[in-house]
Write a protein that binds this ligand. Structure first.
Ligand code: ATP
Ligand code: MG
Length: 433
């Protein structure tokens, strides 16, 4: 077949363009999350989008959905096996160890935000490229850290105007008590294999806890009757969990004990949690944020034994919930004005005047490639600015400019040198009305 000269390209399946219309949501979310993270003592960290494949095999764990099905793997020209990061924690722990953060005052509290990649079946709330905001507190075993991380995610959602949230929480024990629970689960499922989905049948030997988390209805029925992990916790895990709950009580957070919450990853110990919208607590892919404690992971990846806790929030799911609940993100910027010009001389002077205004603190929208004043003011209307500036040939000659009040249509001619001052006065007066 002859090659076509022109062809149209499409974005990869399950991946999205974030268009300008969407940005008010993202801007608000990034602003809120960085302020909250910093206010609560978490410092920003960025790690590479690619890490050694082995890092995820060892930490996220074989038998997890991520490692079994969802990783984007590649082999470099140099023969290295790398993976597009499917989650944040392994990379953060690798960075903590590699950069000697054990030498810093502990716990080291870090936050990250950026894209993650999982080869999933794309559907609503589940994409192949998505964005997470994560919090980690590495080097602390106190239950107050578990509670603080849950609290910061909760407050974040509240600050965005998202109410009616449900926090689900559980403890899945530690190296000491988990093996006993694991045995109890294997014994329970031993004669029920026929009713399990094929994934669970296979996982029973690798990671039986995952069976509790399976979304298949028949597996969910079996899970309801399964032994509950809380009955198998050692004294240390029991008291840790009790303490976490006491902190949550003190914060008056609406949490529910969910004995089937186990989370998909291998490295969790003790506390695991998810935050969901009330209406979605029984639905798939509705968790907004999730996380837990990972007391063995640092050691497992070659560091000293170091307890840690963290979690991650899915930004696309938060935006989608804001939209269904009709929560608007900010529209338009403060101090936004429109600049219109008419005639060659005016157009020539435009860029310089706009830059001067920008330096004085204004955010200037314009349509400089247009010549007709009518079509420029139409755009000004679309942006819903309070004031537009009009520079005609006469004004350009006289070093003057027209300020037009877009609500009343009243215009005033002012000297270019007084423009910033006059605009500020007018904006102040408008705010007072
Ligand atoms: P789920 O059970 O929904 O698959 P998960 O356990 O795989 O979630 P985590 O690894 O804990 O999710 O990620 C934390 C958060 O990131 C989730 O609560 C969710 O909001 C978001 N998230 C996870 N996977 C995706 C995805 N494929 N697309 C969009 N958001 C996602
Ligand atoms: Mg998943």
């Amino acid at each position: 077949m002859p090659k076509r000269k022109f062809r149209q390209f499409h974005r990869p399946k399950g991946m999205h363009d974030i268009l300008p219309d969407e940005w008010p949501y993202w801007r608000k979310i990034y602003k809120t999350l960085s302020k909250l993270s910093e206010d609560y003592g978490f410092s920003r960290i960025d790690t590479p989008i690619l890490e050694e494949t082995d890092l995820y095999l060892r930490s996220t764990g074989e038998g997890t959905d991520i490692v079994e099905k969802q990783m984007y793997n590649l082999k470099t020209k140099g023969g290295d096996y790398l993976t597009l990061r499917p989650e944040g924690t392994p990379g953060i722990v690798r960075a903590y160890i590699e950069n000697g953060m054990i030498g810093m005052s502990q716990p080291v509290k870090l936050y990250y935000v950026g894209p993650f990649f999982r080869y999933e079946a794309p559907q609503h709330g589940r994409y192949r490229e998505f964005h997470q905001w994560g919090l980690e507190a590495i080097g602390g075993s106190s239950p107050v850290l578990d509670a603080q991380i849950i609290f910061v995610f909760y407050i974040f959602l509240k600050e965005l105007g998202i109410k009616n949230l449900s926090i689900q929480i559980n403890s899945i024990g530690c190296k000491e008590c988990r093996p006993g629970y694991r045995r109890a689960l294997v014994a329970y499922y031993k004669y029920k294999k026929a009713k399990l989905c094929s994934d669970c049948r296979r996982r029973l030997g690798i990671n039986p806890l995952r069976l509790l988390d399976c979304k298949n209805p028949s597996c969910q029925n079996l899970a309801r009757e399964a032994p509950q992990v809380l009955d198998y916790l050692c004294d240390d895990c029991k008291s840790h969990f009790k303490n976490v709950l006491e902190f949550l009580d003190e914060l008056e957070l609406p949490y529910f004990l969910n004995p089937h919450l186990v989370r998909g990853l291998d490295y969790y110990t003790k506390t695991v949690f998810e935050i969901l919208p009330e209406e979605g607590k029984d639905l798939r892919q509705s968790a907004l944020a999730a996380g837990g404690r990972f007391d063995n992971l640092v050691e497992f990846l070659g560091g000293k034994p170091t307890p840690a806790v963290g979690g991650a929030l899915g930004i696309e799911r938060v935006i989608s919930l804001m939209k269904t609940r009709n929560i608007r993100a900010e529209k338009g910027k403060k101090n936004q004005i429109f600049f219109a010009q008419l005639g060659d001389l005016a157009k020539k002077k435009s860029l310089k005047i706009i830059e001067k205004l920008r330096k004085s603190g204004f955010s200037v929208i314009s349509a400089l490639s247009k010549d007709s004043i009518k079509s420029q003011l139409k755009i000004a209307n679309k942006y819903e600015v309070d004031f537009s500036l009009i520079l005609g040939h006469k004004e350009a000659l006289e070093e003057k400019i027209i300020i037009r009040d877009m609500n009343t249509g009243i215009q005033e001619v002012v000297k270019l040198n007084d423009l910033a001052k006059k605009l500020r006065q007018k904006m102040r007066r408008r705010k007072r009305v």
